[in-house]
Write a protein that binds this ligand. Sequence first.
Ligand code: NAP
Ligand code: HSE
Length: 433
Amino acid sequence: MAAGRISVGLLGCGTVGGGVLRLIAQNAARIEARVGAAVEISRILVRESQASRGPYCDASRLTTRAAEVVDDPGIDVVVEVMGGQAAHELILRALERGKSVVTANKLLIASEGCALLAAAHRHGVDLAFEGAVGGGIPIVRTLRDAFASDAVTAVTGIVNGTSNYVLTRMVDAGLSLEAAVAEAQALGYAEADPSMDVDGHDAAHKLQILALLAFGAFVPPGSVHVEGIAAIEPIDHRMSARFGHRIKHLVVGRDHGDALELRVHPTLVPERSVLANVSGVLNGVVVTGRALGPCLVTGQGAGAMPTAVSVVSDLMDVARAKVAKVPGFGTRGLVLASRPIVPMAELSTRYYLRFVVADEPGVVAAIAGELAKERVSIEQMVQEARPAHEGGGATIVMLTHRAREASVQAALSAIGREVYMRAPPRLFRIEDV
Ligand code: NAP
Ligand code: HSE
């Protein structure tokens, strides 16, 4: 480290990287005062060095050679905002060369977080990843630091800004899924591959990271139940509203002591609940501590400047540690263990069930009978006629009392085979958060 100066290598200069450059340029004096040294971006890795990157990017610092960033002994800290699995080897190399790393790469922290944290410990440096969950909201710090003295029993929230934005635009402006996703892409919220947002996998990666911080759990990739937002139809929003609920794309993590409940799916939440009112690109996570009880963290969950706030604050933390000669301190104490995951079949919750049926005598009784066979009890029900241009018949929506997932799925399989059914049954879960 040169006297009075922290030299930073930036991997990636897209939406988030551009925000990082702008924030550092705009707040240079404040950052220097807080860190105790000037923070300077010395090298910037991109794929296309000739592309124009706006007023905050010094083109002379651009490179397409990763080694000029991660192998340069003059660089103290590496900030990775390029995304994808390609960043794995570069982060590992930077850690091995004694550089602390800041990353916003949820895919990588979800899949390789354990190994990368171990590498950071081994080399006495920090690995910071606030930008990987919740964009600009301080959820990583909240779990790691603010809840350090408490036992977290649950984390429930909205952690994908794109899908929340898309749901909000579909409900408020009547947009199609495709049109709303295009808006989210234009605003810089979506992943390079937006299907990661829409199909729920980005949220699942974030839930894996939340479980790491909240429950000290290493959750192997693929072990979280994931459903995206594509199956939600306009009628589901309308029907949910009739029952006093809104549909949100939630991550749910609960520590049952012997096992963890981890799931990601569209969920009905009461319209008076805090998460029902987290709209647009906002994220919101309710962390429940055994001693503290519930605590809501909310704010902008995606986009250049909100994410840059998280990334640059992490950069300031690791830079300060370097100046104080205590690198690696902030990352210590994360003890991870494998934990069993509760199978979805054993889940017990309430359900919203939608059936498109022939409008004939005995259909409601037949559906209720199949549910009764599986000991699934109906709490409320609405039936409405379907217009002829949609094929006619009727839509029946039922809310159930608490029931076992395996029982509800068995009843739906049986109902789905009946001749009166005009479309496969739909199921959404209900949470009282
Ligand atoms: P982006 O706009 O696509 O930018 C990616 C940048 O990385 C580009 O500058 C690209 O170079 C560079 N890059 C990608 N692969 C590269 C490679 N193999 N070699 C060299 N350079 C490479 O992505 P982003 O939205 O900023 O997201 C970056 C990371 O932050 C991802 O991990 C994402 O999940 C995460 N994140 C994003 C947000 C958000 O709101 N966008 C929020 C939180 C976290 P070129 O410009 O030359 O193509
Ligand atoms: N694509 C992500 C989202 C970016 O929409 O939430 C923030 O992680």
